[in-house]
Design a protein around this ligand. Structure first.
Ligand code: GLC
Length: 570
């Protein structure tokens, strides 16, 4: 199988991706919101970091109920971000530097302010009625009106919204301003294809595609028996999902475009593999959620769960093997705009260990098999928001909807526990403005009031000081990405093997090219020093988070400092 993988070379396998969250990246106008000109001013920073593909979270016209994941026009840029000429300029600046531009396609749903939906809700016989999913109410024994089934929204409450005008409910798996499109309707699919072509013709190099495995719903819309996210078993990789993905895949192939599909709520890995296996013509890669769910408790995301390192090992190993053995491809990510900061979540972000932990994440991630994704700020070790923040510092609809369910009714103890969970897992953790330097508002904006509060630790953690310090988190990422490219046969196309699987402190793995070249990555996830019995002899230290030289790793044991990681060429 391995040699087959090698033959399937592709530009998007060899590159790495940087995700920009436009609202929080760089404000160029003093409005308090990031914008496209701000992104353009930072292209050289991204080039120097060594990333190849820049993915922008949605920049399209939107009422911003869900930070642009509620689009009201797919061909117009939301005015606070700039206009289409700024996208053209950004595209050119990236292309001049040999980099690619990836846009965020959100087509499971639109905004309720999209013209299609405005028409659809007007009357039952409107030509756009069938572009969305409408159902008549049900009535209980007492004659009370109820939603058509018990499916739950990802943002709390029922997934159905009642619309008085026509006395029907529409489906909205996210917030009530995000009605789900009806992909059963060929006109909807054609509209999605046209949007893709519009941006590909304009020079976009591909798409990140939002909750793409939700587009096909079980048309009998049955009630669900699940405890958490009721209904997702009837639409996550639903009946016609792969048929629709093949249609998208055919267009992507015409343009040699890149695609990464977001695919939550799937527990059968065969379904995910189908979407990316090289011979199926669907997507380049997908985001699965197994690492993201590692700390979700019995009642979902905002309930606590303690997880051992062995769980992470099992999951990483599973996905490395599945993709390698079946000609699929991994999207390697530990952070994005929906997740807390990796350094706070997977390692230790206390003052003594934070910097080392952030470097560990870099080395741990960048050398696995797949395309690495770096989320803005990850490369400088940005952390979760401080524990002291009040609820009014939080902005995310998901977190605030959850809080609204409890704030007036729960006891003080429960509320305190919830606040602890929000500080650990709210999407807000990733959305604080990028910390560029130690000037007011971290150099993100000249406005005194950024749209979201800047993390209080920006004086210690910022890009300017990271770029200056040769052993910083930033330079660890830069070096790791450089070495990954330099040894492509090992790190891009080579096989993966867990080492010392039983060890509960050390996560070690080997990468092996088909010509026998190999590397060993050793990560100490614990806060203690470890003398690790090294099974191999190293030829070169590729990257070390602790400044180790070859002499330090030639004995029978490798001494690893707390949270240290090292990548060795064998
Ligand atoms: C995806 C996005 C998230 C958004 C949701 C609804 O999960 O990443 O930010 O809220 O879809 O579009």
């Amino acid at each position: 199988m391995g040699s087959q993988v090698e033959q399937l070379r592709a530009w998007w396998k060899e590159g790495s991706v940087y995700q920009v969250y436009p609202a929080s990246f760089q404000d160029s106008t003093g409005s308090g919101v990031g914008d496209l000109k701000g992104i353009i001013s930072r292209v050289d920073y991204l080039k120097d970091l060594g990333v190849d593909i820049v993915w922008l979270s949605p920049i399209f016209q939107s009422p911003q109920h869900d930070m642009g994941y509620d689009i009201s026009d797919y061909r117009v840029i939301d005015p606070p971000y700039g206009d289409i000429s700024d996208v053209d300029l950004l595209r050119d600046k990236l292309h001049e530097r040999g980099m690619k531009l990836v846009l965020d396609l959100v087509m499971n749903h639109t905004s309720d302010q999209h013209e299609w939906f405005k028409e659809s809700r007007k009357s039952k016989d409107n030509p756009y009625r069938d572009w969305y999913i409408w159902k008549p109410p049900k009535y209980d024994a007492d004659g009370n009106r109820c939603p058509p089934n018990n499916w739950q929204s990802h943002f709390q409450g029922s997934a159905w919204e009642y619309d008085e005008a026509t006395d029907e409910y529409f489906l909205r798996l996210f917030c009530k301003e995000q009605p789900d499109l009806n992909w059963e309707n060929p006109a909807v699919r054609k509209a999605a294809h046209d949007v893709m072509r519009f941006w590909l013709d304009r020079g976009a190099d591909g798409f990140r595609i939002d909750v793409i495995n939700f587009i096909s719903k079980d048309q009998s819309f049955p009630d669900s028996n699940q405890q958490v996210l009721r209904g997702s078993e009837y639409y996550a990789c639903g009946p016609r999902c792969h048929e629709y993905l093949k249609e998208l895949g055919a267009i992507l192939k015409e343009y040699d475009a890149f695609s990464v599909g977001e695919m939550p709520c799937v527990h059968d890995e065969r379904e995910l593999l189908k979407a990316v296996a090289a011979d199926r013509g669907e997507l380049s890669m997908i985001f699965h959620f197994e690492f993201m769910d590692v700390d979700h408790g019995a009642n979902g995301k905002f309930s606590p769960k303690v997880w051992p390192l062995s769980e992470l090992k099992t999951k990483v190993n599973k996905w490395q093997r599945i993709m390698y053995d079946n000609n699929g491809w991994n999207a390697l990510y530990l952070e994005n705009h929906d997740q807390p900061r990796a350094v706070s979540r997977f390692v230790h972000d206390d003052p003594e260990n934070r910097e080392a932990s952030a470097k560990l994440i870099a080395i741990f991630l960048a050398f696995q098999a797949g395309t690495p994704f770096i989320y803005q700020g990850q490369e400088i070790g940005m952390t979760n928001v401080p524990k002291e923040w009040e609820m009014n510092d939080y902005k995310d609809i998901d977190c605030l909807n959850h809080w609204n369910l409890y704030k007036d009714s729960a006891d003080e103890n429960t509320k305190a526990l919830l606040k602890t969970e929000y500080q650990k897992k709210s999407r807000d953790n990733a959305r604080t403005p990028m910390q560029w330097d130690d000037s007011p508002q971290a150099g993100f904006t000249t406005s005194g009031t950024p749209w979201m509060r800047v993390n209080d630790n920006y004086k210690q953690i910022n890009a300017a000081s990271q770029v200056k310090a040769p052993d910083s988190v930033y330079h660890t990422y830069r070096r790791a990405l450089e070495k990954r490219k330099e040894h492509k046969d090992v790190f891009v196309y080579g096989d993966f093997e867990l080492v010392d699987e039983e060890n509960d402190k050390i996560f070690a793995y080997k990468r092996v090219a088909s010509n026998g070249d190999a590397a060993l990555i050793v990560c100490n996830f614990s806060k203690s020093e470890v003398a690790w019995p090294s099974p191999v002899k190293a030829k070169e230290v590729l990257v070390s988070s602790d400044g180790k030289k070859l002499d330090h790793v030639t004995g029978d044991r490798i001494r690893l400092a707390p949270c240290e990681a090292i990548a060795l060429l064998l």
